[in-house]
Design a protein around this ligand. Structure first.
Ligand SMILES: NC(=O)c1ccc[n+]([C@@H]2O[C@H](COP(=O)([O-])OP(=O)(O)OC[C@H]3O[C@@H](n4cnc5c(N)ncnc54)[C@H](OP(=O)(O)O)[C@@H]3O)[C@@H](O)[C@H]2O)c1
Length: 252
């Protein structure tokens, strides 16, 4: 098992990509601290992991709130002694439309959750990782952080910030043996991207442009997420793994 005796905080773990990563980490022996705002689905995830012989707890957290991020890390340390792996995965996108139509409240909400939330959790987790010899931070970015998604301008800017945050943290935390990397998915079949993949004509366009000939599933990301959390990635930091079925080879 690649993650035995490791304690992993995963945000946005109640469904979609975060849930798949939590299940995969638990199967590799990690103790899971599952976070998202609502407790109901987190509880189901914890029951699933426990039923399979794994160890998990749920901590409801709004990652757009710095104090709740601090509490998530503190409660993890109280429960399990330390944080070894942080997966910053929870994100939001309340604005779909031309970027010039975005209100200040859209910018604020998107940056609070998608950027500041990743920053606060990285800071509080890294303070603990530094004390026990290292750790792993994995930031869920997006291909829209490299080339803006149509009508997703503000969200795309936030994901570009995640990519730069990943590099800045990798630079500063490397001396403490903390590896920081990002995953940039293309379209993945989750609630988040439902408006894109459930539209038959958009779906057809995406599939035709994707060399691997299909839209991604959450499970398509877990191999990279496990690798980046494991000792196999010990000399890998400040990087972004693009998991989009080859779509970006067609030009962003
Ligand atoms: N799906 C795609 O096509 C795609 C593509 C590229 C990148 N991504 C990225 O992948 C990540 C996961 O997305 P997904 O597709 O798995 O989305 P999803 O299925 O909609 O899940 C989002 C998760 O984030 C949680 N969440 C939302 N706002 C939160 C907040 N303020 N605080 C804490 N938790 C919050 C949700 O739970 P609660 O509602 O309980 O809080 C849920 O667990 C995101 O970073 C997204 O930007 C997705």
């Amino acid at each position: 098992m690649l993650l035995e005796n490791k304690v992993a905080i995963i945000t946005g773990a109640s469904r979609g990509i975060g849930e798949s990563i939590a299940l995969a980490y638990a199967a590799e022996g990690a103790t899971i601290v599952a976070a998202s705002r609502k407790i109901e689905n987190l509880t189901i995830l914890v029951e699933n992991i426990t039923a399979q012989g794994g160890k998990a707890i749920a901590i409801p957290t709004h990652t757009g709130d710095a104090e709740q991020c601090r509490a998530l890390v503190n409660r993890t340390i109280e429960a399990f002694g330390q944080v070894d792996i942080l997966v910053n995965n929870a994100a939001t996108n309340p604005h779909f439309g031309p970027i010039l139509s975005a209100e200040a409240s859209h910018w604020q909400k998107i940056f609070d959750v998608n950027v500041m939330g990743y920053f606060w959790l990285s800071k509080f987790a890294a303070e603990n990782m530094q004390q026990h010899g290292g750790g792993k931070i994995i930031n869920m970015a997006s291909v829209t952080g490299m080339s803006p998604g149509p009508f997703m301008g503000v969200y795309s800017v936030s994901k570009a910030a995640v990519l730069m945050l990943t590099q800045a943290l990798a630079q500063e935390l490397g001396p403490y043996n903390i590896q920081v990397n990002a995953i940039a998915p293309g379209i993945i079949k989750t609630k988040f991207a439902e408006a894109l993949w459930s539209n038959p004509s958009l779906n057809k366009q995406f599939v035709e442009r994707t060399p691997l000939g299909r839209i991604g599933e959450p499970g398509d990301l877990v191999g990279a997420a496990v690798y980046l959390a494991s000792d196999y990635s010990r000399y890998h930091s400040g990087d972004v793994l693009i998991l989009d079925g080859g779509n970006s080879t067609m030009g962003f």
